[in-house]
Design a protein around this ligand. Structure first.
Ligand code: SF4
Length: 432
């Protein structure tokens, strides 16, 4: 049910306390512009969502009396980090003071308050519940980590996934692995052939922000990979093994080891899906992986326009067109293809981007778009890629609906599909 009015703006006292200002309706941001969010696009902040105070920034609101846009001078601006499976339609709108610090690598969705509740402009884009926070039982996770570290005492990857990923970074995929269900993450590469501005596993010293996790420091062997993934594929419900994780560089740089592992895995089990999350930079390596038995690929990108992609990814020895070729290679080998699309309202739904996306879907026969909220400081990002005017935009909700109409076979979501979904059993029949 949509609201009867716009929510009020939120502000913080800089000490972690958040208040509403009922003299101002909250606005949203698209590109560089503050706009009035359509009332029907607000939903309650989903469970697992968090609120952030934004130091050195004042929220932009609409005066309840005059209807004029003005700053909330009562405190710092507030934004929401919306949980996985939800896609945000607008960023938090604020004015940044000159001395404001760069914000860490999280998403900053608009957030407001009404009738004793927090609201965000967003949609649940994915029905799969695999990373819903209600489904995580800490005792089960601790028990699983302890049991698997004991079962594989010499396996550096299980040690990394247990002590770092599950217990330190609280990675949702690693925690699912130690509970014995769904998608099992397999990081493999300490190096990368790109230099993404918002890399979550490596940030250069000169930057003031830090990466969310440390990059893997060793190259696993095929044996280390096979040892724990075969039992997972054999026993887990809707099992997926996913190469390419947030705590590593680029897995295609480890293609030889991954091919060896895939061939060995398939000698022991035909169950589940073998997927790779990648920057898609090396089509030849992708071809070799498909030949070995890879089932699906997810190529990450901030844009389907090379002039927006290149200043963000800062690629070494590859070009934007290579990622498109990689999608075609997997499609031609009968595999499933997804893009991990970093959603930035005003850039993602801008007309030129929409046209580039339509062209890519048609050219590559893309199967799925994973609409991922872009975890980055909006001003910092646009500044770094040199975009001062983001141009005309459609609105994220309208863009998603237009694509649904034009490409009815195209799937929308947030996670890599298990083989059951790839084969068409698309109903969500997961249970915690
Ligand atoms: S491709 Fe991944 S690992 Fe490489 S720089 Fe970009 S975000 Fe970092």
């Amino acid at each position: 049910m949509s609201l009867s009015q716009s929510p009020y703006i939120l502000y913080s006292d800089g000490k972690g306390n958040i208040f509403e200002d009922t003299s101002l309706y909250v606005t949203g941001r698209s590109g560089w512009d503050a706009i009035q969010v359509p009332i029907e696009e607000w939903i309650e902040l989903p469970t697992g969502g968090q609120l952030y105070e934004l130091p050195g920034r004042n929220g932009i609101g609409i005066d309840v009396q005059s209807g004029e846009m003005r700053l909330c001078e009562k405190g710092w601006a507030v934004a929401a980090f919306i949980p996985p499976a939800y896609t945000g339609f607008y960023i938090a709108a604020y004015e940044t003071c000159p001395e404001a610090p760069t914000l860490p690598l999280f998403c900053y969705t608009a957030a407001g308050w009404l009738h004793e509740k927090f609201y965000v402009p967003a949609i649940r884009i994915e029905e799969d519940i695999r990373q819903d926070c209600e489904g995580y039982d800490t005792d089960k996770i601790n028990f699983g980590v302890h049991a698997l570290l004991k079962a594989y005492p010499n396996n550096r990857l299980v040690e990394h996934l247990g002590n770092n990923c599950a217990l330190t970074y609280h990675c949702p995929a690693a925690r699912n692995f130690f509970i014995g269900r769904w998608e099992c993450p397999v990081p493999s590469s300490p190096a990368c052939n790109a230099n993404c501005i918002g890399c979550i596993s490596f940030q250069p010293e000169e930057e003031t922000i830090v990466s969310n996790q440390d990059r893997l420091m060793f190259k696993p062997t095929a044996h280390e990979i096979v040892e724990f993934t075969v039992p997972h594929l054999e026993t887990a419900p809707f099992p997926i093994v996913s190469f390419g994780q947030g705590c590593e560089g680029e897995p295609l740089l480890m293609a030889d080891v991954l091919c060896e592992a895939i061939i060995e895995i398939r000698k022991h089990t035909s169950k589940g899906s073998l997927n790779i999350n990648t920057n898609g930079s090396k089509p030849d390596a992708v071809k070799a992986l498909c030949k070995a038995g890879l089932n699906s690929i997810r190529v990450s990108t901030n844009s389907l326009r090379s002039e927006i992609y290149t200043p963000y990814y800062r690629p070494n020895n590859y070009v934007f067109e290579d990622i498109i070729t990689s999608l075609k290679v997997v499609r031609d080998s009968g595999g499933w293809t997804s893009i991990n699309y970093f959603v930035f309202p005003g850039m993602t739904d801008n007309i030129a981007e929409y046209e580039a996306l339509r062209k890519t879907i048609a050219e590559t026969g893309l199967n799925m778009i994973q609409w991922r909220n872009f975890n980055i400081d909006p001003d910092w990002y646009l500044g770094k890629i040199g975009v001062s005017d983001t141009g005309e935009y459609l609105g994220m909700k309208q863009m998603i609906n237009l694509l649904k109409e034009e490409f009815p076979q195209l799937r929308f979501g947030y996670y890599n599909p298990p083989i059951e979904r790839i084969k068409g059993i698309y109903e969500t029949d997961f249970a915690h």
